[in-house]
Design a protein around this ligand. Structure first.
Ligand code: FES
Length: 177
């Protein structure tokens, strides 16, 4: 985790302590608390599980058990570049799972995970509504159609260039202050 993400998360955890006080110490509030945590962080961090358990006087394993029961909750932070691979019927038929495998290999993570530097997260999604472009992958909001294993590498080169440009721009802004 880079220090910026670490600082941001520490601030959110502090804020979470205050927000938990709005919930009565009642087990019936567990689901609402988990939803609030997910909205705050876009995922459920481990520390937040402990804080919720502490607030409700429950074992952390119980809180974790409830959270994993519902697939609306995520346990990995979203990456700066969230990658989604469509595995709806049309994309599946055209080899969407091979595209997913290529991303997994390239990033050295499995679907549902985030790279340790939090640059990339990878997930499979159901039909994103552009089946004519199957197989489809999304990087952030950008749709990439007619994906092929050879295009995966090209996509990363493009992201790398965008990243370097954004960093250069950021440094330019900082030195202009
Ligand atoms: S199945 Fe992938 S876009 Fe529809």
């Amino acid at each position: 985790m880079d220090s910026e993400a670490g600082r941001e998360e520490a601030a959110l955890l502090n804020r979470l302590r205050t927000r938990l006080a709005d919930f009565e110490k009642d087990r019936a509030n567990l689901l609402s608390i988990l939803r609030m945590i997910q909205e705050t962080f876009s995922y459920i961090p481990e520390e937040a599980i402990y804080m919720a358990a502490d607030h409700l006087d429950l074992a952390p394993s119980e809180v974790y058990g409830v959270a994993t029961f519902y697939n609306q909750f995520k346990f990995n932070p979203p990456g700066k570049y969230p990658i989604k691979v469509c595995l709806g019927t049309a994309c599946h038929v055209k080899g969407g799972d091979i595209i997913l495998e290529n991303f997994e290999r390239k990033l050295d993570i499995r679907e549902g995970e985030t790279t340790p530097d939090r640059d990339f997260s990878l997930e499979r999604v159901a039909c994103v509504g552009c089946c004519a472009l199957a197989p489809v992958a999304l990087v952030g909001e950008a749709v990439h159609g007619h994906m092929a294993p050879s295009k995966v590498e090209g996509l990363f080169t493009r992201i790398q260039v965008e990243k370097e440009m954004a960093e250069r721009e950021k440094r330019r802004h900082e030195s202009a202050r």
